[in-house]
Design a protein around this ligand. Sequence first.
Ligand SMILES: [Zn+2]
Length: 462
Amino acid sequence: MGSLEQNAPAGRGMGVETVAGILREEIPIANNLTPGAAVMDGSQQQNSGVNHHHEVSVMAAAGNGLKKRVTIPLPLEVGTRVLCRWRDGKLHPVKVIERRKLNSGPDDYQYYVHYNEFNRRLDEWVKLDQLELESVEADADEKVEDKAGGLKMTRHQKRKIEETHAEEGHEDFDAASLREHEEFTKVKNISKIELGRYEIDTWYFSPFPPEYSDCSKLFFCEFCLSFVKRKEQLARHMRKCDLKHPPGDEIYRQGSLSMFEVDGKKNKIYGQNLCYLAKLFLDHKTLYYDVDLFLFYILCECDDRGCHMVGYFSKEKHSEEGYNLACILTLPPYQRKGYGKFLIAFSYELSKKEGKVGTPERPLSDLGLLSYRGYWTRILLDILKKHRGNVSIKELSDMTAIKTEDVITTLQTLELIQYRKGQHVICADPKLLERHLKAAGRGGLDVDASKLIWTPYKEQGG
Ligand SMILES: [Zn+2]
């Protein structure tokens, strides 16, 4: 699996991302399209008709090597599959997810497209002239998806589906859950936020209440996480807001770093605001569940102005499946500084105090998976090195609170394990260990377990 650290995608414009096996530079998206200037046209049935429809004739491949003239009705329907010219100058297959009409001419539509080969972070609005109309595919929407439409699943059912598909990415959603997912996450609405001293470009759709759908930037109070549409409103709020840190107990302090535990039941609004905020940077996570059932662990950098949120993870108060982490996020300005690994390490320290093994809820985001793989590799291989391989999988799991399945998968990926006579055997060649450890990069910030002042959650008052 090579050098994860170097290949890890980071905030926009900083890292590289593996796309279909190729390393591709991530460049900031030119976002020169103001949502306010256009009318969203989600209800295509309503508008598909008489007045607004035009068509173009193009030459398309006819399958027998010849070209034939075909007519493509405009505007393109949502669901159309076509090639689109990306910023690398090349054509890539996309699916039209949404369209909107500009105020000018009847053919003047913009299309929100998803690139099949790329992460949804790169979904964007494009103009008609970026689309290669000759390549429009005839049967736009899959029938499977249509049949499954309207099917609502509980969180548990959804989780079951996700569990049966191990790999991260779109493959792990079946048609129904993908459909539901797309309903909620199609078009990025808020493109920027202000939080503390940072202005941050967002990555994904987040389901803010309808009254926020007319603005593309939101201003957050960095302490209570309430959000408003205008800078003046935020200034007014900051004069009144008396919080200087997350509304919970400080359970860890190490230098200028602090961790706060926030109970979603006692701080509902904070929990909900955090979910809205986090969804802007997380894909594939349903954040629409009840915050009552969760604890939020907020990592902060503290100075004389207060405790500034760096990232967080959430954890179910009671997880039947043994999850010790539900969502994890490091905010973009703080990425690639080792905070993600710190949060992961922290979640395992909590599990150790509980006397349990834990595993993160699936699916993990692309960034989450990379962080976990790096963390597992480093922790497990350090122990193997120390014990010269004389340690069992069960012992590895007991020492680290990492679930045995995750131990096995990690060692299998690194080809450090063999299945012989019905059991797993670890083969820890020192040279191989050293090579993998080097590739996994440095661990970043360590958690000092002696500084954790915490007792596991217990329901209060019977
Ligand atoms: Zn506030």
